[in-house]
Design a protein around this ligand. Structure first.
Ligand code: HEM
Length: 533
């Protein structure tokens, strides 16, 4: 490409800031001085025939860390380069919005924290993040244990009856029960019963997933949206979920009004430690749509993601008996037969590495979506305002030149005495919870939730793929699902846990575990992720 393009690139590498470069090059030439972004030849049809991030991986191997995928008048930029991902998510995050994602999720999340942009996002992030403070997360650990214990009882019965179990749907129910309690103190009890509300939550979730992979926005077609039976059932489900939310908000508001507790930084009501309770006590407006949007957002964000992590972790463990043996060994010696407490989180190092590695191979979601709000320079390329961008975390996490044996499930790649891997210490080659100011607010919560669930399950049971189980293939909505479930044979472990212990499951907070009391809008989550190192 042309001299000015090369020159600019060189200056950029020398550390000259974008603002200065912008000013200088205004006088030297237009965008024609930049190289053209490689254009992949492909059709949307090819992309829709399988989980869509798979063909994107093949195209990445041909076209590299940034390329354009065009279909008709529209095009997408596919980003798989860590430094470009860092620029979009962190260094120049102000220049990007959630774009298509906000449009797709509007019907269920409105202006909730995931789709929101600009000032609304800033204000709400500031209000919500402090709710996930140290005392809250510690309290949640016993709740994770109680919920997983209910799942253990179910598996125990299946093991006695010699029945195979479909683990994906059980994990989905486990994490629904957990997130319901954590966000608004509601016990879906979905591991035991199928109530109308559980069905309604699933209808809404499925719709969100369908919309995120739909080629055209069928839900916007005027008459269709009123007469289609599916859209009618989605609307009915949304109504039920919203009414339930209204009830929960009213109940919680009464509790807040009656309690004597003063609001402070680590405020928590012991009977109802939920995020909703914190928000109402901090002065959130009960009647606002914003509060409902944020609650729905957290319900969805914290449900299918954690379920998918557990599903793929158990799939991977079933393929690697050596990893499973090492994991069980650690869990036996750290936990014995008691419930996990917060102190155990830093001791269950190998268990954490198993989750880290599962998130590398199966990132949830596999793609992050953004739209440029202004012109920007990505690597050596110039992009316009209004570009829709897919950052493929799948590609970043499986890059063959970055990761040794990239497709292998190898928790040992993360040394036990090294830091807990996160986007900062892996320089944006590893993005399990995103990065920059829009990073996941539930990263610590979700890490502990999955560690507790995995530890308690492998301590009690062995898991094998069931004989004659359908092959485990991937399909996507927002997260990676299996096409036909994860059918497993669950057997009680022959050897009972060896280390007996008299410790009771009380919540202890170890001051050496640095869970920050999160207050700021940006920058805080970096610390949160690395806190367990
Ligand atoms: C954002 C992953 C659990 C709430 C994100 C993002 C990722 C992610 C990758 C960044 C999205 C983007 O940049 O576009 C995960 C994974 C989880 C998990 C893998 C489980 C293993 C949770 C939980 C909660 C939660 C339990 C709720 C307490 C959120 C919210 C955002 C978010 C509200 C949006 C933050 C913002 O835009 O400011 N999550 N998440 N997540 N997550 Fe999570």
């Amino acid at each position: 490409y042309s001299f000015p393009g090369q020159f600019r690139n060189g200056l950029s590498k020398l550390g000259v800031s974008e603002e200065v470069l912008e000013f200088l090059f205004k006088w030297m030439g237009g965008p024609e001085d930049y190289p053209r972004i490689p254009e992949a030849k492909g059709t949307i049809g090819a992309i829709r025939s399988e989980a869509f991030f798979i063909p994107l991986y093949r195209l990445y191997l041909i076209y590299g860390g940034i390329f354009r995928l065009s279909f008709g008048p529209k095009s997408l930029l596919i980003v798989s380069d860590p430094l470009i991902a860092k620029r979009i998510l962190k260094d120049n995050s102000k220049a990007y919005s959630k774009g298509i994602l906000a449009e797709i999720l509007d019907f269920v999340m409105g202006k909730g924290l995931i789709p929101a942009d600009g000032e609304i996002w800033r204000v709400r992030r500031r209000a919500i993040v402090p709710a996930l403070h140290q005392k809250f997360v510690a309290k949640m650990i016993s709740m994770f244990g109680e919920a997983t214990d209910r799942l253990c009882k179910k598996l125990d019965a299946a093991a006695s009856d010699g029945e195979d179990v479909e683990m994906e749907s059980l994990f989905s129910r486990l994490t629904l029960d957990i997130i319901g309690k954590a966000v608004f103190n509601y016990d879906f009890d979905s591991l035991k019963v199928d109530t109308g509300i559980v069905e309604a939550v699933y209808t809404v979730l499925r719709e969100a997933e369908d919309r995120s992979v739909a080629p055209i926005p069928f839900w916007e077609i005027p008459i269709w949206k009123d007469i289609s039976p599916k859209q009618k059932s989605v609307n009915a489900a949304l109504k039920l979920v919203n009414e339930t939310l209204d009830n929960l908000i009213a109940i919680c508001k009464r509790m807040v009004d009656e309690e004597e507790l003063q609001f402070h930084e680590e405020y928590m009501n012991e009977q109802d430690p939920s995020i909703l309770h914190f928000l109402l006590a901090s002065g959130d407006d009960v009647s606002s749509k914003q509060l409902r949007d944020d609650l729905m957002t957290m319900l969805i964000a914290g449900h299918e993601t954690s379920a998918a992590v557990l599903t793929w972790t158990f799939y991977l463990l079933s393929k690697e008996p050596n990893v499973m043996a090492k994991l069980q060994n650690e869990v036996d010696s750290v936990l014995g037969d008691r419930f996990p407490v917060i102190d155990d989180m830093k001791k269950l190092k190998y268990t954490s590495r198993v989750i880290n590695e599962s998130l590398r191979l199966y990132p949830q979601p596999p793609i992050l979506i953004r739209r440029s709000l202004e012109e920007d320079t990505l690597g050596k390329y110039r992009i316009k305002r209004g570009e829709d961008i897919f950052i493929s975390v799948w590609n970043l996490h499986r890059c063959p030149s970055h990761w040794e044996d990239a497709d292998k499930f190898n928790p040992e790649r993360w040394p036990l005495d090294g830091p807990n891997p996160n986007e900062t210490n892996q320089n944006f080659s590893y993005l399990p919870f995103g990065g920059g100011p829009r990073k996941c607010i539930g990263d610590m919560f979700a890490s502990f939730e999955t560690v507790v669930a995995v530890a308690m399950l492998v301590r009690r049971f062995d898991f094998q793929m069931a004989l004659g189980a359908p092959p485990v293939e991937m399909t996507t909505g927002a997260t990676i699902h299996t096409t036909e479930g994860l059918k497993m044979t669950v057997t009680r472990r022959r050897q009972p846990p060896i280390i007996p212990t008299l410790e009771t499951p009380t919540v202890k907070i170890d001051s050496s575990i640095n869970i920050p009391s999160v207050k700021t809008v940006s920058g805080q989550t970096d610390e949160v992720s690395s806190a367990r190192s």
